[in-house]
Every structure is written in C-alpha cells, then in structure tokens.
Design a protein around this ligand. Sequence first.
Ligand SMILES: *Cc1c(COP(=O)(O)O)cnc(C)c1O
Length: 228
Amino acid sequence: MNVAKNLEVIQDQIANACKASGRSCDEVKIIAVTKYVSPERAQQAIDAGVIHLGENREEGLLDKISHLRDKPIWHFIGTLQTRKVKNIIDHVTYIHSLDRLSLAKEINKRANSKVKCLIQVNASREESKHGLDPEDVTGFIQALKQYPHIEVSGLMTMAPLTEDEQIIKDCFRKLKTLRAEVQQLELDYAPCHELSMGMSNDFKIAVEEGSTMVRIGTALVGNESEVQ
Ligand SMILES: *Cc1c(COP(=O)(O)O)cnc(C)c1O
C-alpha cells in the first residue's frame, strides 16, 4: 500500500473527470476517510499532501488527533449521535451528517462559533439509508434559521451500491438539483456551495456530476480493519 501513489492515481482520475465535464479541478476537495486505518496510515496521507481527513466515529477521530503529527482539516462524515456532539465539536471543521433538528439544536448549543454543516440527503430514497427525504430538504434548511451557529455549507449523499451507473448518476444529479433549489432561497446562513458526494467506487461519476468533496477511504488509504 503506497498512499502517495494512490493519491496520484486518484488526482489523475479526478482531473480526467473534470476535463470530461468542463470543470476546474480546484473545485474538488479530496477528503481522506481514515476510519478503517491506523493513525500511521492516516499520517501517510497527510505526508502525501492531503489536507482534509474524515472520520465517522468519535473514537476514531480522537485517536487520530492524539497520534497525528499534523493538524488536518477534520470532517465528521458519519451518523452523529446527539450526545456525542460535545466531544467532537471543537475538533471538526465540517459536519456532513446533519439530518434532524435535534442534532442542529445540540450543535448550536455546544459550538462557540459557526460550524460548517452539510445536510445529509437520502437522494436515492433507499429504506436503509440515513438522511432527509429530498422533499424535506428546503423546509428543513429554513427551520435552521433559529440556530445562529449552523452554517449550511452544502449537501451530502451516498449513492446506492450498484453496478448500474445510471442509478448512481441520477442520485448525484438529484443532489445537484436540490442544491440549486436551496441556493434560490438566498438565505445568508445557507450558501450551500458544496456537494459532498463520491466514494472509492463512484467518485469519478460524482465529479462528472458536480461533486466538490469526494470522500475516499479504501482507494486512497486502504482498509486495515480485516487484519486488526
Ligand atoms: C466509509 C465512508 C466513506 C469512504 O468509503 P470508501 O468506500 O472506503 O471510499 C465515505 N463516506 C462515508 C459517509 C463513509 O462512511
């Protein structure tokens, strides 16, 4: 496993997807998802030039923070239990999984300044998935007005696990359409410029469809959980 080499390959693939869709690569941030790997492996990603790291559990986040030499920009990407907000809030810059008002209330209460939040959307409407129903997104964002520490930086989704590229595309397109609807509201606390979509399996499609944040674990840093 050579993280620097993986990063190079991924950057090339992103550059190609940007070219194919007439976008600038500067618009796409790579978030290295380190939830399946050791702090050493996470450090290799930073050493290779990655600035953004993502974790989906409090324990993983705090373990990495205490072992890494550098201080990356942290993204919390997983389902966030309300009672855990106070433990992670001072460490993360972005929260990608805001999906209910009770969570917004707690983030607002525990934060000392504005937190960049992405609204998690169940764009494919799968039963098993977390996130808001697409129809509920604009109403939800309007209701966030009461929480001055919440900034709606963008929308996040996970595509279905399928070989059918059209289904994946439709999911990402749905998120982009929703972003336009949110931007039309012109709410000062909801600039909503980010689209967090695309993982190891589908980030090329996501970039072609407008992703500004790809969350890549396995293809970048591998998965050590099988050997632990
Ligand atoms: C684990 C995870 C990822 C990364 O998954 P890979 O398939 O390993 O790239 C991205 N987003 C979320 C929300 C995750 O939980």
